[in-house]
Design a protein around this ligand. Sequence first.
Ligand SMILES: Nc1ncnc2c1ncn2[C@@H]1O[C@H](COP(=O)(O)OP(=O)(O)O)[C@@H](O)[C@H]1O
Ligand SMILES: [Mg+2]
Length: 318
Amino acid sequence: MQFLRSQPVILKKIIRPDGSHYRRGERYSSSAEWVTGGLLGEGAYGKVHLCEDLANAIKKQHAVKETKLREFNPVEADSWLRLGFSRHVCGLNAVTLQDGAVWWHMELINPRVSLKQLVEIHQPKPLHWRDAVTIATGIFSAIAHIHSYSVKHCDLHPGNVMLCKDLRVKVIDFSLLQPAVTNDDFSLDVQNGLQLFLYMVTAKSFRFSWTEALVQEHVKDDKVLPLVLKMFQPVTNQTAADIAKEFSACRVKGVDEADGIRKDDAASVDRQDIVRESFATAVSEDDVLTAVHNHISQGDSLDDIFAALPEGDNIICD
Ligand SMILES: Nc1ncnc2c1ncn2[C@@H]1O[C@H](COP(=O)(O)OP(=O)(O)O)[C@@H](O)[C@H]1O
Ligand SMILES: [Mg+2]
């Protein structure tokens, strides 16, 4: 892990939340000083770095995103904080101002493979329906969580869906968060969630213009077709939660078939060991992505690959 200790970023003003909220169960360092480390990613709105608090008591790493002050969206800060820390949504620790920039201190997602990277690695083949259903269950659980706080994400695309160990979904990027009141307010996220599912099972562009007829043509599976067709129906604040349950049930319905294949396949046990070994030596985020790539090319199942994904805070950037 490399931190730029010679250039500490001293954060002067904490605007949100109050000290007791900085990281679950822990406090701000009284001086609110931390150092930024290696680059984790870069998007349209700003760079995301690894970050470490300088206070000895708070050594746990987190991620920090820097955005321009004029792009500060107080709704993002208030609503994102209210979402708290949950299984499928990246949590916000604190928001600080310094030198005309806003710094969003958030939960570190590590290691992470975005849904965009996963589908691109897989292309031209789509994902297996079972994996797509597992991931869609996580995506809709995230949307249901967000909608239950009367807000909408508005920017659910494959680059904002991260996949962690065991294919667990973590939704990131709350730059476009908005209050959601009317039933119509909830429809964009639901439609985007179903577009993400179609992106996984067809490998067609995420922005593909689906019509009802095209959906019928491409989705032959009776388990998922009625769910996907909800993209053409009106929604309420409960729709995402209902769809999450239905995706979860789809997986259960298909499990006998899936288990039958796996139980008879003794070779799969050997492969699991091989996959585990290659992740044991993956040190950096790039190593992890390369290992995912190699195992997908060798035909290993996403279940085996993501079961072997490491978990934890110690990563090397740069
Ligand atoms: N909490 C996080 N932990 C680890 N990496 C992150 C985190 N948040 C964002 N990133 C990385 O930074 C990139 C850009 O972040 P994002 O919030 O999507 O920015 P933008 O609004 O510019 O799209 C992501 O694609 C991801 O690779
Ligand atoms: Mg983004």
